[in-house]
Write a protein that binds this ligand. Structure first.
Ligand code: CAA
Ligand code: NAI
Length: 691
């Protein structure tokens, strides 16, 4: 065996040279991988081997460029030199792919003369998700081998395709059972049959498959689905260049567009977010070796809006789950909603009939909590009422096995008080799912004062297992997400009293990149959530709207009027009138409010509150707050999250603005966070702050 760098070796398998990359965990193309590969390929070319195989160790082929090297000074051989050494090698090179060939990994594989893969392999150019485009010829080579439509889909979605699809579109030559033996056999066969040493760059036979409307249709799709993101459009332009320019000119265009994107704030935000999400899974104070309880069976109490969705998460992950309700009617209704949801997915082709039945088969309804005795985790999702929750937990304490995790889905109640209703507060934790619970990926895992390490580790692990992005937070009013949202809501309400309209506020927040503004969001959630009809006395605009029969989207009237057919909102002059009259009664003068003021007053208090949350130790890291906001509240990913966004503006400017607004507006949310002040003074960053 010859070694060309710490991660690249070459070994002979008879007359075939097998070049292997071993750079755990995902064989990223770090500088030593590139330098080693270049040397190994040059060696192969000059050796008496008849062909070469490129294979990777561990769980995957290659996850592409080493993202940790981005923004640093370039070390080692450039990727293009490695690619040229492969393409121009005088012997055929076969890339042997398992796991995932992503980004630069696939771009390297596209420079082999042949590609073989095992059945589970996946192939993708996910750079768009990092705010980038494949910068190593991927956009020029991929359409030449897969055809233009597939390549366009792959670069704009970033979603990998499976091995069967890759075979169908020509991305790989064949599937093999044993990766190395199959690749070596294929290499010998290529030599034996005298297959030409075709370089993908020289092909153009699939480039004329693009219909005239292909690019326009893709642009319309990304404008809808990726509003505000720059990278999809840049990727489209690269594929257009592949079709309209020769290879070298296309490559130059790809490079130019790559440089434009790579230096921008969106790319920085999206790459930061990639690591932020992974960091959220790591709990700083969890001792190594903390026990994680195996979750073989789940339990849910309450089959309402949240309970049903939570049960679906377990069934979707193949984990049997028992759902306990208080009466037959509620149980039947809850399970019927679950079935309806699955059937809707089946009718849209996302699930097979068999899947629907399999998943329903994993959910067992019950009216007796004793049936939760063998559950490894029970998630309570009954009404938001402390006495009720306490009685449920006291009961679970007597029923559940000693190692069971006892979780509450409360959105606002004190997890410590709920835990105190049991004799085992160490086993109690909050698992705050977001609605719809089967869709939304955010999960706030709320640790109480007594919650044990094993309970935390188990709740985080089960969250991941059921497809969520769990983020650990502490107990406070609203936890992290809703506490920060409350201050935005407060200011949005004030802004309309002062003269802005709900539509103006919503437009500003929408233009910033949120999927909808605060008033549209309240209409969607239902204006009467948490509204008490008996106690309502017209104290707030919300009270007045509810009292006038407006419940939001569900009855077609809220802050907006909704078209009964299309659900399209339009401003309601009567609502504006209600707001104005209320403002007059409150003595609030009406004035023109600029869009900038609206943006500042909606977003700056969120940053300030986030800093207070960090100061109080309720969140472990600034990046955790960003993960919560991007996943649960629609903060635009290309702005990184509220903490990253504030840092990108400059904390000194943020602090000065908070103080300036605070001088004329009251409310504790305008009191500048000491941490924000300190970081601003020291040139620190909220998104890098860790407790
Ligand atoms: N560079 C550096 N580190 C990477 C990495 C990369 N490309 N991809 C993953 N990692 C790290 C992760 O940060 C994580 O590290 P920790 O264990 O320290 O947290 C570790 O590898 C394992 O990653 P995951 O937890 O994500 O493991 P997984 O099995 O769930 O997923 C994966 C594996 C599908 C490869 C996923 O990590 C992934 O999607 N990676 C990113 C792939 C990507 O976007 N590649 C394109 C890079 S840009 C490029 O290649 C083109 C160019 O030239 C500009
Ligand atoms: P819901 O009213 O839709 O469902 C509650 C269910 O609990 C009902 O089906 C009811 O029959 C059942 N239930 C009541 N008492 C019971 C008992 N003693 N035993 C068994 N079942 C009982 O309420 P929803 O919206 O699902 O909320 C549940 C919990 O989730 C609440 O704590 C809420 O704050 C929280 N939550 C709600 C969110 C939402 O958007 N709806 C979001 C996040 C958390």
């Amino acid at each position: 065996m010859e070694r060309f760098s710490e991660s690249v070796t070459l070994e002979r398998d008879g007359d075939i040279a097998v070049v292997a990359i071993d750079n755990p965990p995902v064989n990223a193309l770090s500088h030593h991988v590139r330098s080693g590969l270049l040397a190994a390929m040059q060696h192969l070319d000059g050796s008496d081997a008849i062909a070469g195989v490129l294979i990777c160790g561990g769980r995957t082929f290659s996850a592409g460029a080493d993202i940790t090297e981005f923004g640093r000074e370039m070390e080692g051989a450039p990727i293009e030199a490695v690619q040229a050494a492969m393409e121009n090698c005088s012997k055929p090179i076969v890339a042997a792919i398992h796991g995932t060939a992503l980004g630069g990994g696939l771009e390297v594989a596209l420079c082999a003369h042949h590609r073989v893969a095992v059945a589970g392999a996946r192939f993708g150019l996910p750079e768009v998700s990092l705010g980038l485009l494949p910068g190593a010829g991927g956009t020029q080579r991929l359409p030449r081998v897969t055809g233009v439509a597939t390549a366009l889909d792959m670069v704009t979605s970033g979603t990998p395709i499976g091995a069967e699809e890759a075979l169908g579109c020509g991305l790989i030559d064949t599937l093999v059972d044993d990766l190395q033996a199959g690749a070596v056999g294929y290499a010998r066969e290529a030599v034996g049959r005298g297959l030409p040493l075709t370089r993908i760059r020289d092909r153009s036979d699939r480039l004329d498959e693009a219909g005239p409307d292909l690019f326009a249709a893709k642009r319309a799709e990304v404008a809808r689905r990726k509003r505000g993101f720059l990278a999809p459009e840049f990727n489209i332009q690269c594929i257009e260049a592949a079709v309209s320019l020769d290879f070298e000119a296309g490559l130059a265009r790809e490079r130019e567009l790559f440089m434009d994107l790579a230096g921008g704030i969106q790319a920085r935000a999206q790459q930061y977010y990639f690591f932020a999400e992974r960091a959220a899974a790591k709990i700083p104070d969890l001792p190594a070796g903390t026990t994680t309880h195996d979750i073989a069976r789940g339990g849910v109490v309450g089959a309402g809006t949240m309970g049903g969705g939570i049960a679906m998460n377990f069934a979707n992950a193949g984990i049997p789950v028992t759902v306990v309700e208080r009466d037959e009617n509620s149980l039947d209704r809850g399970l019927a909603v679950v079935r309806k949801n699955y059937e809707r997915s089946a009718s849209r082709g996302r699930l097979s009939r068999g899947d629907v039945e399999r998943r329903m088969g994993l959910i067992t309804g019950s009216l007796d909590r004793v049936d939760l005795a063998d559950a490894d985790i029970v998630i309570e999702a009954v009404f938001e009422n402390m006495d009720l929750k306490k009685s449920v937990f006291a009961d679970l304490d007597t029923i559940c096995k000693p190692t069971a995790v006892l979780a509450t889905n409360t959105s606002a109640l004190d997890v410590n008080a709920i835990a105190a209703a049991t004799g085992r507060p160490g086993s109690v934790i909050g698992m705050h799912f977001f609605s719809p619970a089967n869709v939304m990926r955010l999960l706030e895992v709320v640790r109480g004062d007594a919650t044990s390490h094993a309970t935390i580790a188990s709740a985080m692990a089960v969250g991941k297992k059921v497809g969520k992005i769990p983020v650990l937070v502490g107990v406070c009013d609203g936890f992290v997400g809703n506490r920060i949202l409350m201050v935005r809501q407060l200011e949005a309400d004030r802004l309309v009293l002062e003269g802005a309209t709900p539509a103006q506020v919503d437009q500003v927040v929408y233009d910033f990149g949120f999927p909808m503004g605060p008033f549209a969001m309240r209409d969607l959630a239902g204006l009467d959530i948490g509204w008490d009809e008996a106690a309502s006395s017209g104290e707030t605009v919300r009270d007045l709207l509810c009292e006038s029969g407006r419940r939001g989207q569900k009855n077609g009237r809220g802050f907006y009027i909704y078209d009964p057919d299309t659900r399209a909102p339009s401003p309601d002059p009567e609502v504006i009138e209600i707001i104005r009259e209320h403002a007059e009664r409150q003595g609030v003068e009406s004035r023109e409010i600029s869009d900038q003021e609206i943006l500042d007053r909606c977003l700056l208090p969120m940053v300030n509150e986030g800093a207070k949350i960090l100061d109080e130790g309720i969140a472990s890291r600034g990046s955790d707050i960003d993960v919560i906001y991007v996943n649960g509240y629609g903060w635009p990913l290309y702005r990184g999250g509220p903490m990253f966004w504030a840092d990108s503006i400059g904390l000194d400017q943020v602090a000065a603005s908070v103080e300036a607004y605070g001088a004329r507006l009251d409310g504790s949310h305008w009191e500048l966070s000491p941490l924000l002040q300190r970081l601003a003074d020291q040139g620190g960053a909220l998104h890098r702050f860790a407790n």
